[in-house]
Write a protein that binds this ligand. Structure first.
Ligand SMILES: Cc1cc2nc3c(=O)[nH]c(=O)nc-3n(C[C@H](O)[C@H](O)[C@H](O)COP(=O)(O)OP(=O)(O)OC[C@H]3O[C@@H](n4cnc5c(N)ncnc54)[C@H](O)[C@@H]3O)c2cc1C
Length: 443
């Protein structure tokens, strides 16, 4: 039996490399996995082909789900979200704006009872709200709303959360390498013993070895699995478009109370409001464009919630891809579950040393990391339990290590000037700049 915290590879006959685990993908899932493993005393390295959060995670809708959206159609995902909603608010308070949310009934009145029942069955707290009072709270809401139910939705700031996870991973011994693209898997018979990496900064190719390689590459996971000739994991790549209103329309996250569909949600994200989303199946995550009709569609759906959107307009649009997993050959993208899956390719495909974590939500990334890290620990004989549930993530701004920034070559004057903006009218803008500097000093 291995002592937890002991380097695994040092105990094998063949010296595999500097790391116990390679994590492919620097989205929220990969970062959460690297952090969880490092917190258990293992030594992971995360490889990201571009900057962190350059995939789906950096272009999501911004919603820390309460679970209510999935309460009727996707109860397991709903329950997972409800549990994680509480945990993320607790461990990453500095990344969350605990706005609360309203589900507003505009049409589909028959859905109201199903919605309330679904929330109750999945232990999702809800509260009926007086429409008049809610309209005073949220004066931009459509005055024709028929009923309003309050839920515990919140806003989760993507980059803050990512930098906090990355910092926590690094503080616990993980390495994060950006612009490091996995271009092949290293095999010894049926065992994946590492990866071939293209270092895009220095334009060189090298091998990195480890006991276990984890695919956390979101919509690109199929491409990595193909490198091991694994083709039978049925992913339905579903792109979704979001539109940015350059104005904060509400205090709370607003969801239409109806069977989950396109254009249901408006999230107040800082000073903007994000209207979304659409859903259309694509073939290649590296080659797709936003359909031109999405702008008018989101205008139509968004202004049904906030009529004033028609006057303000959109400042920009962006899109990203859900790596959904289709069980039972389901192809209706709103019917495919938002649950996540862990694939142990040894059991499923006779390929050892390779695991994949896929699906899920931004909201459930911590839970996904916990589940796959449990599998890794079991495989490696490491008896360390997950501690991410109860361990608060570091707040990068509070942990700011000016010395570290200095050694990265940032001029003293720049660091000082940014820090001095605390308490000024532009604090938010410049603290965000600081996040980028902190991230660049970490990886
Ligand atoms: C339109 C839309 C809106 C959404 N809104 C919400 C929401 O409001 N709330 C919520 O909880 N969830 C939301 N989701 C779901 C959530 O965004 C995703 O579940 C989550 O971001 C997936 O994260 P990930 O890390 O698995 O994938 P990604 O963020 O895509 O990360 C994968 C990473 O792998 C990297 N990579 C790919 N190939 C390689 C390679 N060969 N070598 C190295 N690196 C590689 C990519 O560059 C990428 O950075 C939304 C999804 C979509 C599509």
């Amino acid at each position: 039996m291995l002592r937890a915290g002991l380097r695994i590879s040092a105990l094998r006959d063949v010296h595999l490399g500097k790391y116990d685990i390679i994590v492919i993908g620097g989205g929220v899932t990969g970062l959460a996995v690297a952090y969880d493993l490092a917190l258990r005393g293992l030594k992971p390295v995360l490889l990201e082909r571009n900057d962190i959060m350059s995939g789906t995670s950096g272009k999501y809708h911004g919603l820390l789900h309460s679970g209510a959206r999935y309460a009727v159609n996707d109860p397991e995902a709903a329950y997972e979200c409800a549990v994680e909603n509480k945990i993320i608010k607790e461990i990453a308070g500095h990344c969350v704006e605990d706005t609360g949310g309203y589900f507003v009934l505009l049409d589909e009145e028959e859905y109201y009872d199903d919605f309330k029942r679904g929330c109750k069955e999945n232990q999702i707290p809800v509260k009926d709200v007086d429409v008049g009072e809610a309209l005073r709270e949220e004066p931009n809401l459509n005055p024709n709303v028929k009923a309003i139910v309050e839920v515990q939705d919140a806003v989760l700031y993507a980059y803050k959360f990512a930098v906090s996870l990355g910092l926590a991973a690094k503080m616990n011994g993980a390495d994060v390498r950006i612009y490091s693209e996995v271009i092949g898997l290293l095999r010894e018979g049926k065992h994946v013993v590492g990866v071939k990496v293209l270092d895009k900064i220095n334009n060189r190719v090298y091998d990195e070895k480890a006991e276990i390689t984890i695919v956390a590459a979101g919509p690109w996971s199929g491409k990595i699995m193909n490198m091991a000739n694994i083709q039978n994991v049925k992913m339905v790549l579903t792109a979704g478009t979001m539109a940015v209103v350059p104005y904060r329309l509400s205090k709370k996250v607003i969801n239409k109370m109806r069977v989950p569909s396109d254009g249901d949600i408006v999230v107040p994200y800082g000073n903007n409001s994000i209207v979304g989303t659409t859903a259309y199946v694509i073939d290649d995550p590296d080659n797709y464009t936003i359909p031109p009709e999405d702008a008018e569609f989101l205008m139509e759906e968004g202004s049904a919630i906030f009529p004033v959107i028609r006057k303000i307009g959109f400042s920009r649009m962006y899109s990203s891809i859900r790596p959904l997993i289709s069980m039972n050959e389901e192809i209706d993208t709103r019917k495919i579950s938002r649950r996540y899956e862990i694939y142990d390719h040894e059991e499923l495909h006779n390929v050892e040393g390779l695991l994949t974590v896929i699906g899920g939500k931004f909201t459930t990334a911590r839970a996904m990391a916990e589940t796959i890290s449990d599998v890794v620990c079991k495989k490696l004989g490491v008896k360390k339990v997950c501690k991410t549930k109860e361990t608060k993530l570091p707040n990068p701004i509070e942990m700011l290590n000016v010395e570290q920034l200095r050694t990265k070559g940032y001029p003293e004057s720049l660091i000082k000037r940014l820090l001095e903006k605390k308490g000024t009218i532009d604090e938010e803008l410049l603290m965000n700049t600081l996040y980028v500097l902190i991230a660049s000093s970490l990886w």
